[in-house]
Every structure is written in C-alpha cells, then in structure tokens.
Design a protein around this ligand. Structure first.
Ligand SMILES: [Zn+2]
Length: 265
C-alpha cells in the first residue's frame, strides 16, 4: 500500500564534514547511527522507502559558517527536498542573511541552542524571532540532559512574547521529559512537535498518549537522520495505536499544511 510520507527532520552535512559531524553527534548523544551522515545515504533511503518529501536541516555551530551552510542548503533544494537554513545570534549580518533566504529557496530556520551556545529565550535571539514571526517557521531542537538551554519553559517564554511565531519543537518538545513539555506547551496556538528521537525511546502506548495529548494535528514525522532512518523509524511509528486518519495527519498532512503545499493526493 502506498502512503505519502514527509520526513520533517533530517540533517544534511556537506560530504567534507559529514562523517566527522555524524561521529560528534554519536558521541554527544550516545546513540548508534543509522548512516554515515552523507546526504546520499538519506537520498537512497528516501527512494527505497518512497518518501514523498524530505525537510533537511543544518546548523551553524560557529557564526562565520552561516552563509556557507545556507549556500550549501540552497544547493540541495529540489522538487520534494525542502531546505531550512541557519542563523546564529553572534553572526552580525544575520539580518542580511535572512533576507537572502527567499532567493536561496529556504523555507524556515533550524536552531540548535545547545550546539550554537544560546538559551532559547536569550535577549540576543529576540530580534531574530521578531523578524521570523509571521514570516518563516522555526525548527527548534529541544531538551538536553546536561544544560538547560532548550527547556519547554524557555520556549513558552518566547512563544508568549511572539504569539505569531510558528515553532516545531523537535523531539516531542523535550527529548526526554515528554509529559512535562506537553503540559508546558499545550496551549500554544502556533506550536508543532516532531516525533524524531522521541517515539523510539517510548513504549508505543506511552508515545501514543503523548501524541494525542498534543493533538495529532500538530505532530510531524521525522527521523533525525543520521540518528535514525526511514525504515526503522516507520516501523516504530507503525506500532503506535493511532487511526489511519491520525497517521496520515502526522506522516504528511500537517507537514503540507505547515509548508503551504497544496493538498492534492
Ligand atoms: Zn535536528
């Protein structure tokens, strides 16, 4: 049976740094990798598993990398490959860079507060959120076991100050403390969450409950490649006790709506 699937959270690294970046991720999170970090592995998996659309992300961990990475991401954009760009609060020309996004064909911004060294609600981020509000969606890495940079409380603070800012809170909003995040973020109108690096750590019944508590209309499927890949992540997803309609929402309908893609079958 064919079904439409959007992977809303996959990472792309330039081949020159892919293996090193994947290794760093593996060492930081202690999770075995599903691929070597190369973009081609992701493309092969897309084809093999009939993935309709990939939403790919990259993060500048150093401010000066911002324009280089955005150029790289723009080069990946193609039919059914959506690119999110990167910004960094310590990159002085971020405003000009953001103005390039439309020309580069980039559809949103990915932030990783821990690897980029800021707290979600740091004052240095406020001018950036102000520019993004009502303009481009944000994918925000959430949670960490070592530092409190990306807590749901901090995101709540930001989204209360910028009510029209659309944010996808990755990893079901927290990476580990799912119910706490859900209670914190439950009432935010422009909030989505993704399933990446989250449902694989939960029993299917528990994952189903967390997803329903957020509301299936706000949940997006994602692999977090190279931390996981389509085949294994879909096998985990299919164990969830969701209806076919709910699965369709999470696998593609919500993503299409968020990205503004027409809903033709
Ligand atoms: Zn990510």
């Amino acid at each position: 049976m064919y079904r439409k699937i959007v992977d809303f959270h996959a990472h792309a690294f330039h081949d020159k740094i892919a293996e090193k970046a994947a290794k760093n991720l593996n060492e930081y999170y202690g999770i075995p990798l599903a691929g070597n970090g190369r973009f081609q592995v992701l493309l092969d998996s897309m084809e093999e598993n009939h993935i309709d659309t990939l939403v790919v992300h990259a993060t500048a961990t150093k401010p000066e990398q911002v324009p280089v990475i955005n150029d790289y991401m723009a080069g990946l954009v193609a039919p059914h490959i959506v690119g999110f760009g990167t910004l960094h609060p310590d990159y002085p020309m971020w405003q000009k860079e953001l103005d390039r996004f439309a020309d580069l064909g980039l559809h949103g911004v990915k932030f990783h507060p821990i690897f980029q060294g800021f707290r979600v609600d740091d004052a240095s981020m406020y001018p950036i959120y102000e520019q993004l509000e009502g303009r481009l969606p944000v994918l925000m890495h959430m949670g960490d076991v070592n530092v409190d940079y990306a807590t749901p409380e901090r995101l709540l603070h930001v989204m209360t100050d910028f009510p029209k800012l659309t944010v996808v809170a990755a990893h079901l909003g927290s990476y580990h403390d799912y119910w706490h995040a859900q209670k914190c973020l439950a009432d935010l109108e422009n909030l989505y969450v993704d399933t990446s690096s989250a449902i694989r750590f939960l029993e299917p019944e528990e994952a189903t409950r967390v997803i329903r508590a957020y509301g299936t209309e706000r949940v997006l499927f994602g692999t977090d490649y190279p931390l996981s890949l389509h085949k294994e992540e879909l096998a985990i997803f299919d164990k969830l006790a969701l209806s076919e309609e709910e699965k369709e929402q999470i696998l593609w309908k919500n993503a299409y709506q968020l990205l503004g893609v027409p809903m033709e079958k």
